[in-house]
Design a protein around this ligand. Structure first.
Ligand code: GDG
Length: 733
């Protein structure tokens, strides 16, 4: 079994310095809990920043030794790196941008440089500690470049990446000056996990638009491998919250903590009094000022609740040195003060405000006592507090008001969902929550608890790891069809021994890369030299077999003395002969179809029509990627009615749709070519759907290669046009 190396910005421990002594306390956070069984077994290791700056070498060694016992390996970062990589790029660039706070997003070259450097340092540390074939699980937005660096240097590692925060829509992500680097960095992973389908969909859209990769469902086809995208909504340690809640609730009042007794007293002071709870880090993404304003609106709308309800706000200090956070704190405290001043009395505070963090037991006392949890982030990757609140409701009494902008809302469908920007909506939700009867509360809580219990943090981690294992198997299958050095040697031996050889070569995407404009794909010098050298081998016949029109093919290769097959087999020009039309038919059908194509060109900017003797082609490579795909679907439906009874067929290639007369394809053209000669070496290479005819029709002995993907009738696959050229070159070297 392979080991697991975990990488995250912070280690799952905290280190305390007491005089010259250091102590380590394991973290009780969700991630550490979820990964515990993997981390502590099988010699695995967790790499990350220990959270302190070691002052001397001996201190550094002390930390290393202490952490060894926790299966952790520290990565020491000096103050300037922490400032620029962590406070800077992570928290002032990526955090606001990914949460849609573009106005707070800072772009600074020095931040970016430090971010790259730290990701590089993580890679070095992992490489030095990972054994052949290990699994590596990288976490979160501080390490977006790490998967790619690792994959480049250690392709043997199986890399998973999980993003704990939202992935924004392309329209926001595209603002980032280093967007290609970031997305390429993430694509180094074999599996990328998100909390929700929306984040996954946004990521895929950015990949398509920025890098142009083909995506099929959740599978991104890179040239040499696949990247799988999936949704793993992070859960909580359900049993821990339930058990603690049971322990706390079953204590007699006199044995409860002072804080718990205070809450009990507050609630019992007035019969029917209700407590609303909100807990979050003091962060601008959490929507705290908006929440307070909504609560104020509620008090205005429902004066009958004065003295009868209080909002207990626990705001946990966070990023205290950053200006925005300081301003936010002042804003929140001013709002709290003004509401307490406006509505409060000697015996009642509408808002009970804490600016600190509480021990776990106190947190549970709040969860289990609160009648309502009011969690209204403006954006939140998941929001575990919502799940913890529900898990702690052992008596099934309580109501959750949850922002629809939090990832958790997808799983907690029974909660009252609100738009946190709509103050009146939130105010109304508070009222609604206060009057929901206990039967309905119990039904909602039970349904949510069932789900949270089943998909807890342990299940989350194990699902991620087992999906990573499955992707490993799929990658291995793909690799087995790749042209290995051993296979290449065998092909070369066969080629050298053969006396009568034929090479069928597709053009676009096979011998040449794709260009936005098809006319730009002219053969370059390197390609012409290669084809000439292949032709010089007197036992070899070269056949360029393409969907292109014969005029262009003739212009490019007409004088080379090789065989040319154009328009998917409609035309053939044997070496040093004239063009021959394989099938002759009147092309009056084009007059009916052309106007349809024209209407698609008009409505799809960037697309164009190409006319060939036996076909009409709609190219949409230069159109917007999503509009193009949508129109292509529409177009195919429209066409399917038009082509029936006209002996026409629709061919779909890479960003092209071709309407073509039936009975013509690359497969039957190649067979016709083969008919009079007994070839003892046959090879065919092609990159798209139309080449499948060729792969299927050729005899079993033929060596067939698909470019770019492993899903094909071809026996093997090669990565791109460059690999095709080097494969061909190696045959004649
Ligand atoms: C990021 C994403 C995503 C809070 N106050 C106290 C305390 N907590 C604990 C809670 C909870 C955790 O902190 C907060 O978790 P969240 O999920 O709400 O938020 P982030 O820390 O911002 O986390 C977020 C998460 O990653 C996981 O992927 O859900 O969207 O932003 O567990 O219980 N714990 C104690 N005292 C406190 O005062 N003991």
């Amino acid at each position: 079994m392979s080991r697991l190396v975990i990488a995250s910005n912070r280690l799952p421990v905290s280190i305390q310095r007491n005089d010259s002594e250091m102590t380590v306390t394991p973290s009780a956070g969700g991630l550490a809990t979820g990964l515990k069984s993997y981390h502590k077994s099988n010699d695995s290791v967790w790499i990350g920043w220990p959270g302190i700056d070691a002052e001397t070498n001996s201190e550094e060694n002390q930390v290393i030794e202490l952490l060894k016992k926790e299966h952790c390996l520290p990565l020491f970062l000096d103050e300037s790196l922490i400032d620029n990589y962590y406070h800077g790029f992570s928290n002032e660039t990526l955090w606001p941008l990914f949460h849609y706070f573009t106005e707070y997003t800072i772009f600074k070259k020095s931040y970016w440089e430090a971010y790259k450097k730290v990701n590089e340092m993580f890679a070095e540390s992992i490489i030095a500690n990972a054994e052949e074939g290990d699994q590596v699980w990288v976490h979160d937005y501080q390490l977006l470049l790490l998967p790619h660096i690792l994959k480049e240097r250690r392709p043997d590692l199986h890399i998973g990446f999980f993003l704990h925060i939202p992935f924004p829509s392309y329209e926001v992500f595209r603002i980032l000056p280093w967007r290609e680097e970031i997305i390429t960095g993430m694509l180094g992973a074999d599996l990328i996990g998100f909390h929700t389908y929306d984040y996954a969909r946004h990521f895929i859209s950015s990949v398509k638009r920025l890098l142009g990769y083909d995506v099929e469902f959740n599978n991104i086809s890179l040239e040499s491998r696949h990247v799988y995208i999936d949704v793993f909504p992070m859960g909580i340690d359900y049993a821990k919250f339930q058990d603690k809640a049971i322990e706390i609730q079953s204590k007699p009042i006199q044995d409860r903590s002072k804080e718990h007794q205070d809450i009990d007293r507050f609630l019992m002071e007035k019969p029917g009094r209700k407590l609303i709870l909100s807990i979050d880090r003091l962060d601008y993404t959490k929507g705290i000022p908006e929440r307070i304003k909504a609560y104020r609106q509620f008090l205005i709308d429902h004066p009958e609740y004065k003295e009868n309800v209080s909002l207990l706000m626990l705001t946990v200090p966070s990023r205290v040195d950053v200006d925005q956070y300081q301003h936010l704190r002042s804003e929140v405290e001013e709002l709290v003060g003004s509401i307490n001043g406006e509505f409060g009395s000697l015996s009642w505070n509408p808002i009970i405000y804490f600016y600190r963090s509480l021990p776990f037991d106190n947190l549970l006392e709040l969860y289990s006592s609160a009648d309502i949890a009011l969690l209204t982030p403006l954006r939140d990757g998941m929001n575990l507090v919502a799940k913890e609140y529900i898990a702690s409701k052992i008596n099934h009494k309580g109501v959750l008001i949850l922002s629809e902008m939090a990832g958790a809302t997808k799983e907690l469908g029974e909660a009252i969902a609100v738009n946190p920007n709509n103050i009146q909506d939130v105010a109304d939700a508070i009222y609604k929550a206060l009057i929901i009867d206990v039967k309905d509360q119990a039904a909602s809580i039970t349904a949510m608890q069932k789900r949270l219990k089943r998909y807890d943090v342990h299940k989350w981690a194990s699902e991620f790891i087992s999906t990573l294992e499955k992707t490993q198997q799929k990658q291995a299958e793909k690799q087995s069809r790749k042209v290995s050095p051993k296979l290449l040697k065998a092909i070369k031996e066969k080629f050298n021994a053969a006396r009568n050889k034929v090479l069928f070569l597709d053009y676009d995407g096979t011998l040449q890369r794709f260009f936005g404009n098809p006319e730009d794909a002219k053969p370059d010098k390197e390609l012409i030299t290669l084809l000439k050298s292949l032709k010089n081998d007197e036992n070899s016949k070269i056949v360029i077999i393409s969907g292109r029109d014969k005029t262009t093919i003739n212009e490019w290769f007409g004088e080379m003395g090789i065989t040319l097959i154009a328009e998917h087999g409609a035309w053939i020009k044997y070496a040093n002969e004239d063009w021959k039309e394989r099938i002759k038919r009147s092309a009056t059908w084009k007059d009916n179809i052309r106007p349809v194509l024209e209407s698609y060109v008009d409505r799809t900017p960037g697309s164009l029509i190409e006319e060939k003797t036996h076909s009409l082609v709609w190219h949409y490579r230069k159109a917007d990627i999503e509009l193009g795909a949508l129109r292509a679907l529409e177009f195919k439906t429209d066409l399917s009615d038009l082509v029936t009874n006209q002996e026409l067929e629709i061919l779909e290639g890479s960003k092209v749709i071709e309407i073509k007369e039936t009975g013509i394809n690359k497969g039957n053209a190649a067979l016709e070519y083969l008919v009079d000669t007994d070839f003892d070496f046959m090879l065919a290479i092609g990159d798209d759907w139309t080449d499948e005819y060729l792969f299927k029709e050729l005899p079993d002995t033929a060596l067939t290669f698909k470019v770019g993907t492993d899903r094909s009738a071809a026996k093997y696959f090669v990565e791109n046009h460059k690999s095709v050229r080097s494969l061909l070159k190696s045959l004649i070297e």
